[in-house]
Design a protein around this ligand. Structure first.
Ligand code: DX5
Ligand code: ZN
Length: 224
């Protein structure tokens, strides 16, 4: 199933609830929350209080992408705030298996995220225990970056591995996914599509967010 996980990083924070509802009306089915700590990535965004604030305004699953060090320390707070899925960066986890287990123990769906320079093979030991693998198609830290085309073969590789191992984790992709890049990642096997700047229109044209989401999904589904 092809799904749009819209990244609220590109939304108008002064009207976050309206922004989420617009993307939802356009067909978005997952809220992607980019959590940055200013250490693992050179940017700071939001944490559990924002997750808690948006929890009551939508029924959609909240997918938290943790670009942070010491994820174990914060996983309980994200669970408490109402997160449904947590993705942790392989590069930031010293004991990845333990961290993924901690996410499961807190009743959330575990995901692992890999940066563009991390070989797909490094995932082999954890693939049987994850709900999703997020392949970064930019270096994490900022929205609005240019899609790295080598991501397509990385997704294809992961999709082949999934088939060989008889597993059914989902493949998520994040960074520079827009109307012109989405078909290539869907053809390669991605089915959870993160998009921020391609969906959220500037405040003066906020009405078009819904159309952006709808057009994006039409292009994505045509490629599946
Ligand atoms: C980047 C974040 C992305 C980002 C995507 O570090 O993980 O989720 O918000 O933004 P766009 O779609 O603008 O590339
Ligand atoms: Zn993200």
């Amino acid at each position: 199933m092809i799904e749009l996980a819209f990244s609220i990083l590109a939304a108008d924070f002064a009207h976050l609830a309206d922004e989420i509802h617009r993307a939802e009306r356009g067909g978005g089915t997952i809220v992607h929350v980019d959590v940055m700590d200013g250490h693992f990535v050179p940017n700071i965004t939001f944490g559990p209080p924002v997750v808690k604030a948006i929890r009551p305004i939508t029924k959609l699953p909240l997918d938290c992408h943790l670009m942070i060090e010491n994820a174990d320390e914060y996983i309980p707070a994200f669970a408490e705030a109402g997160a449904d899925m947590i993705g942790v960066q392989l590069e930031a986890c010293r004991h990845l298996n333990r961290t993924l287990q901690l996410i499961i123990d807190h009743g959330m769906l575990p995901g692992v995220v890999i940066n563009p320079a991390t070989p797909v093979e490094m995932l082999s030991e954890v693939l049987p225990m994850v709900h999703h693998v997020l392949v970064m198609s930019v270096n994490p830290g900022f929205g609005g970056q240019k899609f790295l085309p080598q991501s397509v073969s990385r997704i294809r590789h992961l999709s082949r591995l999934r088939e060989e191992l008889g597993l059914n984790f989902r493949i998520e992709v994040d960074g520079g996914i827009a109307h012109d890049t989405v078909a290539s990642v869907v053809e390669a096997g991605a089915d959870m599509l993160v998009a921020g700047s391609a969906i959220f229109a500037p405040p003066e044209q906020s009405g078009t967010t819904e159309e952006n989401a709808r057009d994006f999904l039409r292009v994505a589904r045509a490629a599946s």
